[in-house]
Design a binder for this molecule. Structure first.
Ligand code: MN
Ligand code: MN
Length: 389
């Protein structure tokens, strides 16, 4: 099949914004590196039409805050304007590196991308939580609950944080050191019942926030004597979950039904083999925020009123689908495509176009789409989230 027949963008060296009968060459100026990464923007499928908001932002285009204990960068509503319900942070903690004891107004959901970390939290009932997490593990810190993260040996960790508020700002959290700095020493002394002199050497937030510390010992050694554990665990082993398997990939779904602590964020981890595709579907509850973990793919989004647009994604990119818009995600690379679908919701839900057709009276479907009986018979009554090449 030719590139044009498959619907894929034309390739060339350098690629040109044209398809047969349309467009032309681009004599420049141009940024060919970026255009190579966005073939479906340079040469959109002929089915694209109209004006859609931008639905892609790469963490690679985000400012990186470098600290002694690691680094952090964020994609919020300031970077990706459409994303009012959700913001994302990508963070690296070196071995021993600590994200300072802090809290914030948004709830925090996390996916471990690399290495291992120790997380701690204490809730309003005075119950605590301490756990070690590794690749594919999640955590969820409810709104306002204080917590910390520390990179473990041998090489610390990297993770994705997802907040249930697009205006979240990782530079604007409640830091324990910042509060100490802004309370009179006599008040601190009175509060803790210790001499002011004992509290005179607390460092400021410019020294903490994300700072180096010794790698902690075994998890058991960090058990607090007399503490009561939280009743709902704040971590979940997502990769240990048996996935929904199809011939062309897997899907794991985690929402509050199986991870009860996560009341405001639902997620799906999708893996699509080369050529495979996340089927045509939409979500009846809310917007979708995506994080691409590995591979290359493209997403086509249908926005009603004859509008549609296609975007290309690769590792480290954020994608977005506004509420109820139809979409598909296709693996356009030669390796598995893995990404997270995130929702500001207590539950995961999607509607399959194929299943909708299969479960509707065939005469009614035929009157709309003019499909023959054989084609109608091929429609799937069972949902198959990933279709093969
Ligand atoms: Mn946090
Ligand atoms: Mn989706």
């Amino acid at each position: 099949m030719s590139a044009a027949a498959s619907g894929y963008a034309q390739t060339g060296d350098p690629p040109q914004p044209r398809r047969p009968g349309h467009g032309g060459t681009d004599p420049g100026p141009r940024n060919v590196l970026r255009e190579r990464q966005n073939p479906d923007l340079l040469v959109p499928p002929a089915t694209d039409h109209g004006t859609l908001p931008n639905l892609r932002f790469s963490f690679s285009d985000a400012h990186v805050r470098l600290e002694e204990g690691g680094w952090t960068r964020q994609v919020t509503v300031r970077e990706l304007g459409i994303s009012t319900p959700i913001a994302g942070v990508n963070m690296r903690l070196n071995a021993g590196g600590v994200r300072e004891l802090h809290w914030h107004k948004a709830a925090e959901w996390a996916y471990m991308l690399y290495g291992t970390a120790r997380i701690t939290a204490v809730n309003a009932d005075g119950h605590n939580f301490i756990d070690d997490v590794g690749v594919g593990d999640l955590w969820y810190f409810p709104s306002g609950i204080p917590h910390s993260i520390q990179g473990l040996g041998p090489d610390g960790c990297e993770f994705l944080l997802v907040f249930d508020d697009g205006t979240f700002d990782e530079d604007n959290t409640f830091l324990i050191s910042d509060w100490f700095k802004h309370v009179p020493s006599a008040v601190l002394s009175k509060n803790f019942g210790v001499p002011a002199s004992a509290l005179a050497h607390v460092p400021g937030p410019e020294q903490l926030y994300m700072f180096p510390a010794p790698i902690p010992g075994a998890l058991a050694a960090d058990t607090i004597a007399g503490a009561t554990a939280v009743t709902k665990r704040l971590s979940y082993r997502m990769l240990a979950q048996e996935p929904i398997r199809t011939a062309s990939g897997t899907v794991r779904i985690v929402d509050s039904k199986i991870f009860p602590a996560s009341t405001t964020i639902a997620a799906a981890l999708v893996e699509i083999n080369p050529g495979g595709m996340r089927e045509l579907h939409w979500h009846p509850n809310t917007d979708e925020w995506q994080y691409y973990i590995e591979g290359e793919g493209r997403m086509g989004v249908f926005a009603a009123s004859g509008q549609a647009r296609t975007f290309d994604y690769r590792a480290g990119d954020v994608g977005y689908v506004p509420f109820a818009m139809g979409h598909y995600v296709e693996n356009t690379g030669t390796t598995p495509l893995r990404f997270l679908e995130m929702f500001k919701s207590s539950y995961y839900a999607d509607v399959s176009l194929d299943q909708w057709i299969a479960l509707t009276p065939p005469e009614l479907v035929q009157a709309h789409l003019h499909l023959d009986q054989q084609t109608l018979n091929a429609m799937r009554k069972e949902k198959r989230p990933i279709v093969p090449a």
